[in-house]
Ligand binder design. Structure first.
Ligand code: CP
Length: 309
């Protein structure tokens, strides 16, 4: 297969295993490109991409922008907080105005779950979901699996635990879909109040005890406590959360083998992981960020190939 089965990247839920392998093989090539002295290819000189962000972002926004520039696309950056959205303009009107300037692709981060799906049905452009509320963050899950594959050789058969606020996490949901598609074994671990009731339907087991989860896994993906999404108290205090679900070096060193530590960022140092874990040899957090550029180049390149047809 040499093309994606989809015209948009709205969620991992809409991809199949072959799509993921194609994205990884394409990202392998682009990773080699961005490690050359000239880190750029002319592939998308005829494509214009708008990055529209209705929520804060460091990694995703910069990584998409860099990926687009490395592919030689023309790039527009739109921040909702400095735009006419503040004057009451609707999402569809805003995007249609941007598209009338001959834009081919929209990368969007939005606080509302399903915003990308909605947009894809109402505008004439390829849409990439850069995170929609507590729903999906597909490029994060792709770069996470790509980083596991890079470190451990394969994703299939690996034991991966996702720790923390599973209920509000788009990273968790997209990772579960991606890992299951590739044949990994997945467990989640966190306060009972932050584990969704439908978790069994995703083919995922729950392990409430962090030590047992870490003893089982090859990879632990530590999620940030997203205070901005917690409308009520889901655990007594941050200190107690850290005592039960935080990973520190003493706990890591007490395991009988080295597990891989991941985190999507931004990190709350001292809450979900301590600094000595985040900065340890077992951590691949900055490799994840590095791989994000190659993965986003691959996704943009493959979707743009479909526009050009
Ligand atoms: N991982 C991630 O989405 O980080 P940002 O919110 O900084 O983009």
């Amino acid at each position: 297969m040499s093309e994606l089965s989809v015209n948009h990247l709205l969620g991992i839920k809409y991809l199949n295993e072959s799509d993921i392998q194609l994205i990884f093989e394409t990202a392998d090539h682009f990773k080699e490109v961005i490690n050359r002295s000239i880190k750029k290819v002319p592939s998308l000189r005829d494509i214009t991409i708008a990055n529209i962000f209705f929520e804060n972002s460091t990694r995703t926004k910069l990584s998409f922008e860099l990926a687009e520039k490395r592919l030689s696309a023309d790039v527009l950056n739109f921040s909702a907080s400095q735009s006419s959205v503040k004057k009451g303009e609707t999402l569809i009107d805003t995007v249609n105005n941007i598209l009338s300037m001959k834009v081919d692709m929209v990368v969007m981060r939005h606080p509302n779950p399903g915003a990308g799906i909605f947009l894809s049905k109402h505008v004439n452009a390829s849409i990439i979901n850069a995170g929609d509320g507590a729903h999906e963050h597909p490029t994060q899950a792709l770069l996470d699996s790509f980083s596991i594959r890079e470190r451990l050789g394969d994703v299939a058969g690996k034991n991966v635990v996702i720790v923390g606020d599973i209920l509000h996490s788009r990273v968790a949901l997209s990772n579960i879909f991606a890992l299951k598609l590739q044949g990994a074994n997945v467990k989640v671990c966190g306060p009972k109040t932050l584990i969704p009731k439908y978790i069994d339907s995703l083919g995922v087991e729950v392990e409430m005890n962090l030590r047992k989860a870490l003893e089982w896994c090859d990879v632990a993906n530590m999620l940030r406590i997203q205070n901005e999404r917690l409308d009520i108290s889901y655990f007594p205090t941050t200190r107690e959360y850290t005592q039960q679900f935080g990973v520190n070096k003493k706990l890591l060193d007490s395991l009988d083998r080295d597990i891989v530590i991941m985190h999507p960022g931004p990190i709350n140092r001292g809450v979900e992981i301590t600094s000595d874990v985040a900065d340890s040899k077992q951590s691949i957090i900055l490799n994840q960020v590095e791989n994000g550029v190659a993965i986003r180049m691959a996704v943009i390149y493959l979707l743009a190939s479909k526009i050009k047809k």
